[in-house]
Design a protein around this ligand. Structure first.
Ligand code: PEP
Ligand code: MN
Length: 338
């Protein structure tokens, strides 16, 4: 970290900052310049908490050199990670993974039909929410453990690994028993206790980007899981909040190549929650794959008009099959082998 002093900072203020750095068990090196003095902080293992230093008299700004996401970074781990979810692989050199299924598990039959459609279309994983983070308390909240059973059963019947959201630590046991992959939703991306607990498990994790999270915060959230020992993390861009209201969120596609540069973790895209509009899902799926996404997660429902959640952004089984057919042409173009 570099501490930049105001040009009018006194020697006494500079000495006070140096003393504060030393009190933190770190080394401080004064770098006098023609306009102002900077103080280099040395000896830190990772990110330095600058909250005290920033408020000291004479300090203009602090510049971080170390990142808050060491283990998630390419510096620490230059080789791209491949994450295996019950035989389905996410990462460089793998065919993109298509995860599909309804927003919410509604009943046994809906889940079985959805699974058949995902399988028939050529999807590699099945999704479905049993614990739903709804904006209002009067909306369908999910079937809970019964839903997990339907999901697991549908996954087994169609031979597709399943992913489902976990919202609270107390749900972890049940979700781990029924699912191949744990999803941390956008609203929980910074639920640090949940991240730490998931980090102590071996289950692969699909970590969605918070709706107002910067890329740095996104990777720092992944770091919480890695730091506890669980390296099986796949990131998911699902759109961010902007001033634009024409789409549900704004799909930040540039995050895909950027994260691939900054981190070794695979990254996929969710064009359903990113756009909120069924008509935009196929084209944004293709755009995501062209941008280098290691997969796409999209909502598919046997009858979107009757869906209890997110019907407007759900594809029917038929449109999913059509899109998947179109993707084979794109895979040829992108050079993916079978
Ligand atoms: C979901 O994928 O079911 C979901 C709720 O998405 P997000 O957390 O991205 O809003
Ligand atoms: Mn949804």
């Amino acid at each position: 970290m570099l501490i930049v002093m105001h040009h009018h900072a006194t020697q006494e203020q500079i000495d006070q900052v140096i003393a504060a750095v030393v009190a933190m068990g770190l080394l401080a090196e004064s770098i006098p310049g023609s306009l102002r003095t900077a103080i280099g902080v040395l000896g830190n293992q990772g990110y330095v908490d600058d909250s005290t230093i920033r408020t000291l008299p004479g300090v203009r700004e602090t510049i971080h050199v170390s990142k808050p996401y060491k283990m998630a970074s390419r510096d620490f781990h230059p080789v791209a990670s491949v994450i295996d979810v019950s035989g389905v692989k996410f990462g460089d050199g793998q065919r993109p993974v298509i995860i599909a299924g309804p927003c919410s598990i509604e009943n046994e039959e809906q889940m079985m039909v959805a699974a058949e459609q995902v399988k028939a279309g050529g999807g590699q994983m099945l999704r479905g929410g049993a614990f739903k983070p709804r904006t209002g308390p009067h909306s369908f909240q999910g079937l809970g453990v019964d839903g997990l059973k339907y999901l697991q059963q549908a996954g087994k019947a169609s031979n597709l690994p399943v992913v489902t959201e976990v919202m609270r630590i107390e749900q972890l046991d049940a979700v781990c028993q029924h699912a191949d992959m744990l999803q941390i939703g956008a609203r929980n991306m910074q639920n640090f206790d949940l991240l730490k607990e998931v980090g102590r498990l071996k289950h692969p994790v699909l970590l969605k980007r918070g709706m107002s999270a910067t890329i740095e915060e996104f990777l720092a959230a992944a770091e919480y899981i890695l730091a506890e020992g669980n390296g099986n993390v796949v990131l998911c861009e699902r759109g961010i909040r902007t001033f634009e209201k024409a789409t549900r969120n704004t799909l930040d596609l540039s995050v895909v190549p950027l994260v691939r540069e900054m981190s070794h973790l695979p990254i996929i895209v969710d064009p359903s929650h990113a756009t909120g509009k069924r008509a935009l899902v196929p084209i944004m799926t293709k755009a995501a794959l062209v941008a280098g996404a290691h997969g796409v997660m999209m909502e598919v429902h046997p009858n979107p008009a009757k869906a209890l959640c997110d019907g407007a952004q759900s594809l029917s089984g038929e449109s999913f099959a059509e899109l998947m057919k179109e993707l084979t042409l794109l895979y040829d173009f992108l050079g993916y082998k079978d």
